[in-house]
Structures are given as structure tokens and as C-alpha cells.
Design a binder for this molecule. Structure first.
Ligand code: SAM
Ligand code: SF4
Length: 330
């Protein structure tokens, strides 16, 4: 069945066709830019949506024009039986694309079952190619190896494979060229993300942000970059380039120096059943209670969208204090 026309629009006329679903606020990593070492106050188990509840929300959104899903967290792969959720979502009429954002630790074992269940593609976060540095940034040594994770995803048929690198001055910016060089031989799309000053950034400050212009200068040392359309699937906020004869593209995502709000087509579902209409700020509507009472959710979807802000205020901020991305399904 083809997708329904997009009838969910916010007060500024932006149509909503993309939902990011957080399945947990917990994580097996403690990335310096995302979570304090001791973790965060986790959501009570009773408040976390069951898979059937997530699927019911998607089932009610799809006829209004929802087409694309991304499963995220926290770390989504640590939630048991994630493939079951993928399988249930795959069966919802109108859903055309299901993607996953993961730190990749469990991909060598989970890529194949997730692909079998109907997952289309994956974004892998990787901030270093050096094992000891991965462990230092993630503050956990779980043996993550980007090449092993991405190769497993590739072998399982997940495509395209995107690699997300948060660039931090003095921490991993000396690996920008190494990451970019991976695209010469691998059909992976390596995207450099500007560090955002959100959450509990006790160790990282504004001084650690490396502007994208600087990232591109360092990449260009490898060869002349030409503009690229990027991967065919997923029209997110990245701009893409390609090195001569490279198999993959190089993307940049610039939350700190540009805003993408004008063309924002997405909303987020938190693990405890809140519809968040903006990554930053506190615009959210609780769906969980109405869902558990068996009430129709469309009025709440429309209420949430009526309140979707025109743009976020991150660019004006130079200090932390906003919720961590792991808590809001970043
Ligand atoms: N755990 C999964 C992962 O790491 O891919 C999914 C959730 S994670 C919150 C989603 C993405 O947000 C990751 O690519 C991560 O690097 C990015 N992220 C988290 N905090 C960030 C920050 N302060 N600045 C920039 N990117 C951030
Ligand atoms: Fe976990 Fe992802 Fe946050 Fe790292 S960025 S702590 S992997 S949720």
C-alpha cells in the first residue's frame, strides 16, 4: 500500500512524515558529550512504552502521512528483542523506511536479525578508530570497532550505512582525515557532526566545538572535494561531498552554525510516550495515558503540532543545561 498524503502539518505548514522513536533512555556507553559517568535518573520501567504501544502510535500516525521511522535512544540495541519491534513496524501500512541509530557495539551480532526483521538501514556513531580512545570517549571499553560493526551491517544488506562522528577539539579532531579516508574504499557515508552544548557537559565546553568549515579544510587536504547528493535514502540535515573516485560520501551536520528548522519534517517519541516536536526546548505532549485508556490519539498529535516551535534556540546558547540527547531521542 502506498503512503497516505501528509495531512499532519504544524502551524507553519511544515508537513510531518518522519518519526524518531526512542525505545530506551539507557545506554551501555557513557559518551562524554551525552551522559555523566554515573548515568542519568532513568525512567521508571512502568512508564516505558511496550513495543505494542509504540506500534499502535505508528499505526495511528501512518494514515496521516507518516512514512519514515528511526529507532534510537539511549542505545536502542540494549532493549531486548529489538527485532520484534522492527518486525511489527514493518507490517504497518504506509511505512516506507525504517532506520536505526546505534553506537554499533552489538551490531556484529544484531545486524543480521534486524535486517531479517525488516530494518532498512543504520547510522553508526563512532568518534574514534583507535580502541583506547573509543573507550576513553565512551568511558566504557566494550570492544567497539567501527570496521567490524559497519562490515556486519553491510553484510546483512543494510544500506546506506552512515557513520556519525562528533568532532571534539583536542579529543578526536586529529582523526578527521582518517575517517574521511574510509570513504575511498567503503560505500559508507561518514558524517561529521558539530558538538552541541547540551546535557551534562561537565568535561566538554564551547572550546571543544570544531566548526564545520575547519573540518572541511582538513578533509580537503586528502583531495579535491566535489558536491554530492549523498545517499539516496534519508533526507536529513547533512550536506555531502565526495573525494575523487571515492565509494562513499562525506557529510557535515552543523547544528551549531546553521539551523535546519525551516524544513523540519520530524517529530520524536520519547521512551515514556511523549511526542516531542523539537529536539531542543520543552515542547512535548504525553500520549501514554490516552493510549493506555484506548482513546484516539489524533487530537493529541494535532495539539502537539500546533505547538511545534518555529525554530530552536540552540544557536543563541553558549552554555549547557538542555536535556541530553539520550533523554530525548536525539
Ligand atoms: N546511542 C545511539 C548512538 O549513539 O548513535 C543513539 C542515540 S544518540 C543520543 C544519537 C546521536 O546523537 C549520536 O550520533 C550521538 O553522537 C549524537 N549526540 C549525542 N549528544 C551529542 C552532543 N552533545 N553533540 C552532538 N551530537 C551528540
Ligand atoms: Fe549512549 Fe548514544 Fe549517548 Fe553515547 S551518544 S551515551 S552511545 S546514547
Amino acid at each position: 500500500m502506498s503512503a497516505a498524503p501528509v495531512t499532519l502539518r504544524d502551524q507553519f505548514g511544515r508537513g510531518i512524515e518522519y518519526l524518531r522513536i526512542s525505545v530506551t533512555d539507557r545506554c551501555n556507553f557513557r559518551c562524554q558529550y551525552c551522559m555523566p559517568v554515573e548515568g542519568l535518573p532513568w525512567l521508571p520501567k512502568a512508564d516505558i512504552l511496550r513495543y505494542e504501544e509504540i506500534v499502535e502510535i505508528v499505526r495511528q500516525l501512518a494514515p496521516l502521512g507518516l512514512r519514515r521511522l528511526r529507532i534510537t535512544g539511549g542505545e536502542p540495541t540494549i532493549r531486548p528483542e529489538l527485532a520484534t519491534l522492527v518486525r511489527l513496524l514493518r507490517d504497518v501500512p504506509g511505512i516506507e523506511d525504517i532506520a536505526l541509530s546505534t553506537n554499533g557495539v552489538l551490531l556484529p551480532t544484531l545486524a543480521a536479525p534486524l535486517a531479517d526483521a525488516g530494518l532498512d538501514r543504520v547510522n553508526i556513531s563512532a568518534d574514534s578508530l583507535r580502541p583506547e580512545r573509543v573507550a576513553a570517549i565512551a568511558r566504557r571499553d566494550l570492544g567497539f570497532d567501527l570496521r567490524a560493526a559497519a562490515s556486519a551491517a553491510q553484510a546483512a544488506g543494510l544500506s546506506p550505512i552512515k557513520v556519525n562522528v562528533v568532532v571534539m577539539r583536542g579529543i578526536n579532531d586529529d582523526e578527521i582525515a582518517d575517517f574521511a579516508a574510509l570513504t575511498r574504499d567503503h560505500p559508507w557515508h561518514v558524517r561529521f557532526i558539530e558538538l552541541m552544548p547540551v546535557g551534562e557537559l561537565r568535561e566538554l565546553t564551547w572550546e571543544h566545538v570544531v566548526p564545520t568549515s575547519e573540518v572541511l579544510e582538513r578533509v580537503a587536504a586528502l583531495g579535491a572535494l566535489r558536491d554530492d547528493d549523498g545517499p539516496a535514502r534519508g533526507n536529513g540535515p547533512a550536506r555531502y561531498y565526495r573525494l575523487p573516485d571515492a565509494a562513499g560520501a562525506i557529510g557535515v551536520i552543523t547544528p551549531m552554525t546553521h539551523t535546519y528548522c525551516e524544513s523540519c519534517n520530524r517529530v520524536r517519541l520519547t521512551a515514556d510516550g511523549r511526542l516531542r516536536t523539537c529536539l531542543f526546548g520543552d515542547h512535548e505532549v504525553l500520549l501514554r495515558e490516552a493510549l493506555r485508556r484506548g482513546e484516539p490519539l489524533e487530537p493529541l498529535f494535532r495539539q502537539a503540532l500546533a505547538e511545534k516551535p518555529k525554530e530552536h534556540a540552540l544557536l543563541q546558547m553558549q552554555v549547557g543545561g538542555l536535556r541530553a540527547l539520550s533523554q530525548v531521542g536525539g
